[in-house]
Ligand binder design. Structure first.
Ligand SMILES: [Ca+2]
Length: 371
């Protein structure tokens, strides 16, 4: 081979090696407007606020109301999108827990009939959750499903550990439950929804009809919707806080159930999802205090997350909108206990999908599931 040709071939090889070695660095992932527009964070100035509710229909620890303190922080304007999560996966070659398990829960309505019929190990009391092989964020309904046309949807089938890994990559973290609720309230005190006390069908994705057989979807979506399908929900400019998908928080979930939690620590999820209801007649009533809990390896097609980051007073800037709020005492952060993954990747049955009130059914599925 001619020397010049050899040199060119060698140079090309070196360039490929350099490109390959750096392709996993965050800064080398190409900027993508479609991704970045949903990665904006909103500054929230800390203060004391009333968390929870004293409503008679409160459940799962929504009650009683109590005063809590929050330090100033930033929180994602939108739930993390599929596009953003894909960027993270490409950069880190990350495998979610759902991929490691080899399956995840999908609502039966979206499962192909032959897959649904073949599925075993349904959850007693919640048979509409189908364990679908190979369902994960990139194939939300399992084999042959795709994220094409859904890049602006919230990423789903993600565990708390997956959420932490994503947020860590950005230098962010998963919000505490207190931060999440304070952000959702949008500067309003003791209101039922992020925008006030009046239910508004045009502002969130929830289930309309008789669950699980009828889904009239007057809100335009039978399943998960884009993160900006509905207007911003409060004066902080936050989208999709209630409805669409549950969101992980970093806070421990202490059920009102007195039973000892010997089967795994649970963490709080907030916001409700597309299978939840206006009045709580099935699943959960979607409102600003709605909560459930699950173990950190859980995931299903109605669970996502957003990120947060701590800020100091010198970072102070006003929220883009909202009421003037006063700086309060610092809050004791609700950082979770560190949970070490046990390395068991192939559990026959994962923890529950969302909307099971934090009650876990085992692989035998003999436990009563309360909805
Ligand atoms: Ca809907």
């Amino acid at each position: 081979m001619h020397i010049r040709a050899k040199f060119l071939l060698y140079s090309f090889s070196v360039l490929c090696m350099i490109w390959g070695s750096e392709a996993t660095l965050k800064e080398d992932v190409p900027a993508d407007a479609e991704v970045d527009q949903y990665e904006e964070m909103v500054f929230i100035e800390g203060q004391q606020f009333t968390m929870g509710t004293d409503a008679k229909d409160a459940k799962d620890g929504e009650a009683p109301s109590r005063l809590e303190m929050v330090k100033s922080f930033k929180i994602s304007k939108y739930p993390v999108t599929i596009a953003s999560f894909r960027k993270f996966v490409r950069a880190k070659k990350y495998k979610t827990e759902a991929e490691q398990f080899g399956w995840s829960f999908v609502l039966e309505m979206f499962v192909p009939e032959k897959v649904s019929k073949a599925a075993k190990d349904r959850i007693k009391g919640a048979p509409w959750w189908v364990p679908v092989d190979r369902a994960y964020w990139r194939m939300p309904e399992g084999t042959d499903s795709t994220i094409e046309g859904r890049l602006n949807h919230p990423v789903v089938h993600v565990s708390l550990r997956d959420a932490r890994a994503y947020c860590d990559w950005h230098g962010w973290r998963v919000p505490t439950e207190t931060e999440w609720e304070f952000a959702a309230r949008g500067g309003l005190a003791k209101r039922k929804y992020p925008w006030g006390n009046k239910f508004d069908v045009t502002r969130m994705n929830f289930w309309q009809g008789k669950f699980p057989d009828t889904n009239v979807a007057k809100d335009g979506y039978k399943g998960v919707s884009p993160v900006d399908a509905f207007p911003e929900q409060n004066d902080y400019g936050l989208y999709d806080m209630v409805g669409n998908v549950w969101e992980w928080t970093s806070s421990r979930y202490d059920s009102q159930d007195d039973a000892p939690e010997s089967d795994g620590t649970k963490y709080a999820l907030r916001g409700g999802s597309y299978i939840d209801s206006k009045d709580g007649s099935f699943n959960h009533q979607v409102r600003v205090t709605t909560r459930t809990g699950n173990t950190p390896d859980a995931g299903s097609d109605n669970v996502g997350f957003r990120c947060a980051m701590s800020v100091t007073s010198t970072d102070a800037q006003r929220p883009p909108k909202g009421k003037k709020i006063n700086q309060g005492r610092s809050q004791q952060a609700e950082e979770p206990r560190v949970v070490v993954q046990d390395g068991k990747k192939a559990k026959p049955i994962k923890p529950n999908p969302a909307d099971l009130n934090g009650k876990k059914t085992t692989g035998e599925k003999k436990n009563k599931v309360e909805l």
